[in-house]
Design a protein around this ligand. Structure first.
Ligand code: SIN
Ligand code: MN
Length: 248
């Protein structure tokens, strides 16, 4: 499989550098993330433009490496029989509907959780909540150990769901790359309104913890072709970092 095929990149323009252990270590763009901070629901914090283009490029390159087999990017069949339109790769623990295990879809051991993603996610939680950190469940002691990378090809979406396969109530950290999308942040009780639709762009950080941790959420649609061409990415990538609560 050539590298570009992993996310349907016809030019192969992105990911020229080999991802290494330090590939995702470049952090957010510093203070710029604070501009435009919003709290679309109590416990949910959006920091637009949190990652600069360099950091985004490094993460895209890392995702291409993580997507390689074995234990790479795969399609997911739901218990109802349908296939999800996103393809995903898990790190640390393999997510399946509905649980976590150490063995990936192809039977290979799941790839390790990259420490640099842990550092990035801890920084995300600290910046999102600031002085309120001690008041958010699991935030001050955040020890993420799982990441799920979702690739949305054109036309892909994700229905409203809760992230509740973790045995911990620590925040979920979400970083978006590539095409913009309409992200629906609902309530914790039902799949129905009230909800807030947010447009997520490449480099945006969304953290949902505290009272928003178990909010229904999903991706209504991606906005095809809206990614910065420099990313060389077709579609959208989303990385969520979580604390599984599964123990070692
Ligand atoms: C997810 O809910 O797991 C992914 C959300 C997103 O793609 O923004
Ligand atoms: Mn989710």
């Amino acid at each position: 499989m050539i590298q570009g095929e992993l996310f349907g990149d016809p030019t192969g323009a992105a990911g020229g550098e080999e991802a290494s252990d330090s590939s995702a270590s470049s952090g957010p763009s510093g203070s710029s993330g604070v501009l435009g901070r919003s709290e679309p629901a109590p416990g949910a914090v959006l920091l637009p433009g949190w990652l600069d283009l360099d950091a985004q490029l490094r993460l895209v390159a890392a995702c291409r490496e993580w997507a390689r087999p074995p234990a790479g990017l795969h399609s997911v069949r739901m218990p109802t029989g349908g296939m999800m339109s996103v393809r995903m790769v898990s790190l640390g623990w393999h997510w399946y509907p509905y649980g976590y295990r150490r063995v990936a879809e192809d039977g290979a051991p799941v790839k390790p959780f990259p420490p640099e993603l842990g550092r990035l996610a801890r920084q995300a939680v600290a910046e999102a909540y600031g002085a309120a950190l001690p008041q958010v469940a699991g935030a001050a002691s955040y020890e993420p150990d799982v990441a799920i990378v979702n690739h949305y090809p054109h036309g892909a979406k994700m229905g409203l769901h809760q992230d509740r396969d973790e045995r911990a109530d620590a925040p979920v950290v979400s970083v978006s790359l590539g095409d913009r999308c309409v992200f629906r942040l609902g309530n914790t009780e039902t799949r129905t309104r009230p909800w807030t639709d947010l447009e997520l762009s490449s480099g945006d950080l969304l953290v949902f913890g505290g009272p928003a941790r178990f909010a229904y959420h999903g991706v209504v649609r991606t906005l095809q072709g809206t990614a910065d061409p420099e990313l060389g990415l077709v579609g959208r990538l989303n990385i969520t970092v979580r604390q599984s609560g599964m123990g070692a």
